[in-house]
Design a protein around this ligand. Structure first.
Ligand code: HEM
Length: 457
């Protein structure tokens, strides 16, 4: 699908364009804000009943919510929208202004060109040995019958895999722990600052603010250390950090220190939180659906012949892959996405004014009964080729599409397959007494406090 191919949908004669309807349920002053804050997942899922695109009132602001798969696809592919808006401004303030996740236009295109080779399909096998090592090390840390804290375990393996694969170096043990702890604190604080933007209050010396500032400062310090050490080593392994250090701007000049720093931050931060949340949901799904855990175990055994699972097995692990897809469908780590209209434009038959903020929810799209049979059931077999072709286009785009599409889709799926296969080959899971798998909404979705007991088969 190219940008051009969606033009017919958006090139409706301007006189025929309509203003999207106002979603029901707005109250004076707050508009839909309270509903969005109180139960964002339910609220976003309810909007399709009000229209394909609806207007929301969030205090004094109007925000447009897109609710159908085809229009979310058209939005993501259209050049008339960019990454911007309050969420991104607060992200930039904290994580840096020159990273790929928040840049637009030529800077964004150049940055994508620099990082893309590290994520290309043919680059992924180079990460195989590290991924294998980390996936098996994870299971070796666990003791049969002793509950594991799935949040810290998932963060740990996610950070270690991303950092070791993309930034190489043998510095990772102590630093991976620091990175995991810092990122967990930073993400919690960032979400609070986005949802409840109390500006100056976050500068007061409350313990939560101090903890957030300390973690953010340490994250930036860590990145500086990693870059400085690589420079001092004089080594140039074939990795993303070397690509960033050697990158040139459009005038052929080396890119600045700040951009290198912000790029490392912009790659490591989404990489850790998204994979960690997905691993938590996978563990939860394996505990809740022992029949699928058993099927994964049997598949891994038949593919590996009982040997430790390796990168070379990943492509043959079909059911494992379908379990991962189904976990991602029901609990997409990235549950909300935003854009801003660059110009007066159209989406479907609706008029969107320049400067409009748009939101949509992969969570709502991926759970919609109009796209999925028995939409709330955990049914990995819906991804068997003959059934998957019935899923409407863009009804399952957890990595998004278009120029902002996650660069890491293949990298992520390879990591998730290896981890799922390695842990399931060894263990089945039962919830510990104090486990709480209710959904915690933050920048990503994850279980509130998942604690599972690994048990031998
Ligand atoms: C962007 C999802 C893992 C790095 C995105 C976007 C989505 C996404 C939906 C698009 C955001 C938008 O349209 O505004 C996911 C999911 C993951 C995952 C579901 C895992 C299950 C990773 C990993 C990395 C990564 C492991 C890096 C190691 C990035 C970066 C961007 C991005 C740098 C920004 C791209 C740009 O703006 O051009 N991701 N991601 N992601 N992701 Fe991922």
């Amino acid at each position: 699908m190219t940008v051009e191919s969606v033009q017919p949908e958006t090139s409706v004669d301007p006189v025929e364009l309509r203003e999207p309807p106002l979603a029901g349920g707005a109250v004076p002053v707050f508009g839909h804000g309270l509903q969005l804050v109180r139960d964002p997942l339910d609220f976003m899922s309810s909007l399709r009943a009000h229209g394909d695109i609806v207007r929301l009132r969030l205090g004094p602001k109007t925000v447009y919510a897109v609710t159908t798969p085809d229009l979310t696809g058209a939005l993501a592919l259209s050049p008339d929208f960019k990454i911007d808006g309050p969420v991104w401004e607060s992200l930039e303030g904290l994580l840096g202004k020159e990273g790929v996740a928040t840049a637009n236009g030529p800077l964004h295109r150049r940055q994508r060109r620099t990082m893309q080779p590290a994520f290309r399909m043919d680059a992924i096998p180079n990460y195989g040995p590290i991924m294998e090592e980390e996936a098996h090390a994870l299971t070796e840390r666990w003791r049969p019958g002793t509950p594991i804290d799935c949040t810290s375990e998932s963060f740990r393996v996610a950070v270690r895999m991303a950092a070791r694969c993309l930034l190489r170096g043998d510095f990772m043990d102590e630093r991976a722990e620091r990175l995991s702890t810092d990122l967990a604190t930073v993400f919690r604080g960032m979400y609070r600052r986005m949802v409840v933007p109390l500006g100056p209050l976050y500068k007061l010396p409350f313990p939560a603010n101090r903890e957030f500032n300390r973690a953010l400062a340490d994250l930036h310090l860590l990145v500086d250390e990693i870059v400085a050490e690589r420079r001092a080593s004089g080594q140039k392994p074939d990795d993303l950090l070397t690509a960033l250090l050697e990158a040139k701007d459009d005038n052929g000049e080396p890119i600045g220190e700040q951009e290198i720093h912000d790029q490392v931050v912009a790659i490591i931060t989404p990489g850790a939180e998204t994979i960690a949340s997905t691993i938590m949901w996978l563990l939860q799904a394996l505990a809740e659906h022992p029949e699928h855990a058993e099927k994964v175990r049997a598949e891994v055994e038949s593919v590996t012949g009982g040997r430790p699972v390796g990168f070379e097995h990943v492509r043959s692990l079909r059911h494992t892959n379908n379990v991962i897809l189904e976990a991602i469908r029901l609990r997409p780590a990235v549950w909300i996405l935003t854009r801003r209209a660059i110009t007066d434009t159209a989406l479907g038959e609706y008029r969107i004014p320049a400067g409009a903020d748009i939101i949509y929810s992969p969570y709502a799209i991926q759970r919609d009964a109009r796209s999925y049979d028995r939409h709330l059931d955990f049914d990995p077999d819906r991804w068997l080729p003959e059934r998957a072709k019935e899923v409407p286009k863009y009804a399952m785009s957890p990595f998004s599409v278009g120029n902002r599409k996650c660069p890491s889709d293949h990298f992520s799926m390879a990591q998730l397959s290896l981890i799922t296969a390695a842990i399931t080959a060894k263990y089945r899971f039962e919830p510990a007494d104090d486990s709480d798998d209710s959904v915690r909404v933050g920048i990503t979705l994850r279980p509130e406090n998942l604690r599972l007991r690994p048990l031998p088969w």
